[in-house]
Design a protein around this ligand. Structure first.
Ligand code: HPA
Length: 278
C-alpha cells in the first residue's frame, strides 16, 4: 500500500460508486462507534459494501460495519458511512482521508462527523452529546497529519486554514435541535489521540489542562481533509464514558458500545433537526 492516496485511488473509488447510484448525494455522514443504526432510517437506500469499492480502507473494529448507504433523509440526499477506519488499525494516515475525498468527488459540500468520546470536562456525563467547536489534532504535534505528502491541488491549498474547522451555523443548528428535543447538549473541544490504548490518568489531566473537553480516536483526520477541501463540517461527540482522572474507573470498549446504544437515538434526533433546518 502506498503511503499517500492520490487521484488514482480517489477516482477509482468515486467512479465505482457513481456507476452504482442514481443520484449524487449532497450531505455526507460518518457514523461513529455504536452509532451505525442511524443509517437504518435512510429511505430508498442503495447499500454498497466498502469491501467492493476500489482502494477503500477496510474497518476491522467491532461495531463498524463497513457499508455506504445512499438515500434520502429528511428530504436531503445523503451518503452515510457505517464503519469508519481508524489510525490505530494500521492504515497510513493519508488513507483515512479517502472517504472524504470520494465524498468531495461526488459533490458533497456538507459533512456530519460523529464519534464516541470520553468526557474530560468534569461537567460532562455519559449520555451527553457535545457539539464540536474546535479540536486539538494531537497527532500532528508528533508529525502525523492526513495531508502529509504531495498536496492534492484539485482539492485545496498546501497550507490550509484551520481557524474555523467546524461551521458556526451548523453547530448552532445542532445545539438548537438538541435543546428542542430535550437532549443535554454540551459544546467544546475534542482532542484526537492515536489509540488504541485508552489514556492514562496523567494523560487525561494533561489533556484537560490543554483545554480539551472530550477525547477520542477519530474524526479529526477526516475533519482536516474535509476542511482542506472546503466542506462545511458539523462534529458531534457522543460522550460514552466520564473520564475519572484519579484512574479508579477505567474506560472499556464494551462501555463505549453500550453507551452508544442510548446515544444513537439522541444523535439521530439532532441530525434530523439539523437536516430539516438546512
Ligand atoms: N478515550 C478515548 N477514546 C474514547 C473514549 C475514551 O475515554 N471513549 C470513547 N472513545
Amino acid at each position: 500500500m502506498a503511503d499517500f492516496i492520490g487521484y488514482t485511488e480517489i477516482n477509482a473509488a468515486s467512479d465505482y460508486i457513481k456507476a452504482r447510484i442514481q443520484e449524487l448525494p449532497e450531505i455526507g455522514i460518518i457514523l461513529g462507534s455504536g452509532l451505525g443504526g442511524l443509517a437504518n432510517s435512510i429511505e430508498n437506500p442503495v447499500v454498497i459494501s466498502t469491501k467492493e469499492v476500489p482502494a477503500w480502507p477496510i474497518s476491522t473494529v467491532p461495531g463498524h460495519e463497513g457499508k455506504l448507504v445512499f438515500g434520502n433523509l429528511d428530504e436531503k440526499r445523503v451518503m452515510a458511512l457505517q464503519g469508519r477506519v481508524h489510525y490505530y488499525e494500521g492504515h497510513p494516515i493519508s488513507k483515512i482521508g479517502l472517504p472524504i475525498r470520494v465524498m468531495q468527488r461526488l459533490g458533497i459540500k456538507i459533512l456530519i462527523l460523529t464519534n464516541a468520546a470520553g468526557g474530560l470536562n468534569p461537567e460532562f456525563h455519559a449520555g451527553d452529546v457535545m457539539v464540536m467547536r474546535d479540536h486539538i489534532a494531537f497527532m500532528q504535534f508528533g508529525g502525523e497529519n492526513p495531508l502529509r505528502g504531495p498536496n492534492l491541488d484539485e482539492f485545496g491549498p498546501r497550507f490550509p486554514d484551520m481557524s474555523q474547522v467546524y461551521d458556526l451555523e451548523l453547530a448552532d443548528l445542532a445545539v438548537a435541535a438538541a435543546k428542542q428535543a430535550g437532549i443535554t447538549v454540551r459544546e467544546g473541544v475534542y482532542v484526537w489521540l492515536a489509540g488504541p490504548s485508552f489514556e492514562s490518568p496523567a494523560e487525561c489531566r494533561f489533556l484537560r489542562a490543554a483545554g480539551a473537553d472530550s477525547v477520542g480516536m477519530s474524526t479529526v483526520p477526516e475533519a482536516i481533509v474535509a476542511k482542506h477541501g472546503g466542506m462545511r463540517i458539523l462534529g458531534l461527540s457522543g460522550i460514552t464514558n466520564k473520564i475519572d482522572i484519579s484512574g479508579k474507573n477505567a474506560a472499556t470498549h464494551e462501555e463505549v458500545l453500550e453507551a452508544g446504544i442510548s446515544l444513537a437515538p439522541k444523535m439521530t434526533k439532532i441530525i434530523h433537526g439539523v437536516l430539516k433546518a438546512i
